[in-house]
Design a binder for this molecule. Structure first.
Ligand SMILES: Cc1cc2nc3c(=O)[nH]c(=O)nc-3n(C[C@H](O)[C@H](O)[C@H](O)COP(=O)(O)OP(=O)(O)OC[C@H]3O[C@@H](n4cnc5c(N)ncnc54)[C@H](O)[C@@H]3O)c2cc1C
Length: 557
């Protein structure tokens, strides 16, 4: 069995291995689809490497609505096959693959009209539930009258909301889940290296036999040899196709979606809320003691690495939510904001290389090179399987079928028992019950590694700050086990302090740097540079909120 730990020593040895060994499969991109492909291939017994130019999940995979869902809107397009597939994945994730990370969540679909809308939406939700079949981890939908709505969601405007239907989907901490898939792939032997970027292809005649990569931390060039390279680069796909001089069978356009984050007290509801909007749907999603509200859907052509929300994006979300909320959301209540880019795939006409499925596309633009793009977070496992099914044709040997539907992620084993043992774990460890629950829902059975750290250094049991649930051991663990290499990695992806704390968590950046500096072997200057780099990112990310507040001040003065 291989180690799951991602840390400086592991990275150094990964870089050395990348340049010295030959792989069956090299995956380019450490978003959910890349790590899903790496896990699929490694668990079929293949020799796998994955390179990611930033951090695991630093692209779209940490910036989603964090829902694992069948996609109600596809029902309106009569795409039952797609919905059934996504609901099947939802069930697998909630009950088997990672119950510590994917949880059921209830939503109210508010109705503004008594009969016609109830019949239409009710029929849709009945089909949605039925498509999952009768053996299911999530409850069936339920019709609610006005009295029940007032009890469940007093924040829904009683003057316009006549009724509601409650249904269930699931939610995920996307960045942590992507990381868990990466670590599970590492457990099955995949070599994982972040901050390593694919620069060009190594060719023998027409066949691609590997990738010339660059370690972005040292500038070192690495020639990585692989029988097949698998590109999972999301919104970077077009750029890489061009850089690699490949004629691809599809193109990826970008659509920006932003979310705002509100404190729990801003909306009084025991369930999430879904609203139809002129362009799509708006989700008001419970997120621990906060709300995530989104999203927008606007064409985008700017910087892929750090997409930003602008004033119009934030105003749109506030206006749409305020159609149904009382009291209305106020600008000054918004704690955080984040933006992400959807990779939307358009297939090139007459392409002979693409195999199209409604949601995602796999392509083989050259011998020894395959790629995948599109789809949604929920179906990452199917996408990983599909692209590796295509990739193994290049290996010219018989490769076993995918087993990822039977492969729980790290932390999943024993979770259902551990969550019933919260009290005994609490009294044994000396941590309070709430903290144990918080840790179990982030690390599952890997909680033992966090508790080990605390045993060695009891000061790590302390909270990072009184207002958030994170303890110092989690910050340390982010660098010692989870591959975090910067303050941003910890604040934005290993935790979600970036949008859960005021001002992007800038006030905590120094404390985070102090904890991870010894693990990463930082000098005082490196530590300062990592904090400064995070501070300047926050300035850019929160500019839209500052503008909104200024606008409000002008209106009110
Ligand atoms: C606003 C929004 C909300 C969404 N909500 C949901 C939802 O609720 N549920 C759902 O199911 N789906 C949702 N999605 C869709 C889902 O998030 C995406 O489909 C999914 O995350 C895409 O993953 P990916 O791995 O293809 O791309 P990414 O996560 O972007 O990964 C691509 C990776 O490739 C790396 N890379 C690029 N170039 C190179 C290179 N040269 N070398 C090495 N690495 C490279 C990048 O750094 C990046 O990490 C949402 C999307 C958005 C934008």
């Amino acid at each position: 069995m291989f180690l799951t730990q991602l840390n400086p020593d592991q990275r150094q040895s990964a870089i050395a291995t990348l340049g010295s060994q030959r792989f069956d499969v090299l995956v380019i991109g450490g978003g959910v689809n890349g790590v899903g492909a790496a896990l699929d291939a490694a668990s079929r017994g293949l020799k796998v490497a994955l390179i990611e130019s930033q951090d695991i999940a630093a692209g779209t995979s940490s910036r989603s609505s964090k829902l694992i869902h069948g996609g109600l809107r596809y029902l309106e397009q009569y795409d039952f096959k797609l919905v059934r597939e996504a609901l099947h994945e939802r069930e697998l994730l909630v009950s088997t693959l990672c119950p510590h990370l994917v949880k059921p969540v209830g939503f109210l679909f508010p109705l503004t009209e008594k009969f016609k809308e109830r019949t239409y939406v009710g029929a849709g939700l009945a089909i949605y539930d039925a498509l999952r079949g009768f053996q299911r981890a999530l409850p069936w939908h339920k019709h609610l009258g006005q009295k029940q709505i007032n009890e469940i969601a007093p924040s829904l405007r009683p003057d316009i909301i006549m009724g509601a239907i409650k249904y269930f989907d699931a939610q995920v901490d996307d960045a942590r889940h992507t990381l868990a898939v990466a670590r599970t792939a590492a457990r099955h032997g995949a070599i994982i290296a972040t901050r390593v970027s694919a620069q060009s292809l190594i060719r023998e005649g027409k066949r691609v036999v590997g990738v010339n990569a660059k370690d972005l931390e040292t500038g070192q060039s690495i020639a990585i040899k692989a029988s097949v390279s698998v590109m999972c680069a999301g919104v970077w796909s077009d750029d890489l196709h061009e850089k690699f001089n490949l004629k691809a069978g599809y193109q990826v356009t970008m659509s920006k979606g932003i979310h705002i984050v509100l404190p729990g007290w801003a909306i009084n509801s025991d369930a999430g809320i879904i609203l139809k909007t002129p362009i799509s749907v708006l989700f008001i999603i419970p997120w621990a003691d906060k709300w995530i509200v989104g999203t927008t859907d606007t064409p985008y052509t700017g910087d892929r690495t750090k997409p930003l929300a602008n004033l119009e994006d934030v105003q749109y979300i506030v206006d749409q939510a305020n159609r149904v909320l009382t009291p209305a959301i106020k600008s000054e209540e918004i704690i955080g904001v984040y933006a992400g880019l959807r990779p939307l795939v358009a297939n090139n006409k007459n392409s002979v290389t693409t195999r199209l499925s409604r949601e995602h596309t796999v392509d083989r633009p050259a011998p020894g090179f395959v790629s995948i793009a599109g789809g949604k977070y929920t179906t990452y496992r199917v996408m990983g399987k599909d692209v590796i099914d295509l990739a193994v044709n290049e290996l010219r040997k018989i490769i076993p079928e995918s087993v990822t539907d039977k492969l729980p992620l790290i932390g999943a084993d024993g979770y259902f028992a551990l969550i019933q043992q919260v009290e005994s774990i609490s009294s044994e460890s000396g941590l309070d019950i709430e903290t144990i629950r918080h840790l179990l829902n982030r690390y599952g059975s890997m909680i033992s590694e966090i508790l080990d750290l605390i045993r060695q250094e009891p000061a790590l049991a302390k909270k990072l700050t009184a207002d958030l649930p994170y303890i110092k051991a989690e910050i340390y663990y982010a660098a010692s086990h989870e591959g975090a290499r910067t303050v941003e990695d910890v604040i934005s992806r290993r935790t979600h302090i970036a949008f859960e704390a005021n001002n992007g968590g800038i006030d905590l950046a120094d404390a985070v740097a102090e904890i991870i500096a010894p693990v990463l072997g930082w000098s005082a200057m490196e530590r300062k540079a990592s904090v400064s780099s995070y501070e300047s990112l926050v300035d850019r990310e929160l500019a839209a909120l500052d503008e909104l507040l200024l606008d409000d001040e002008k209106i009110n003065s």
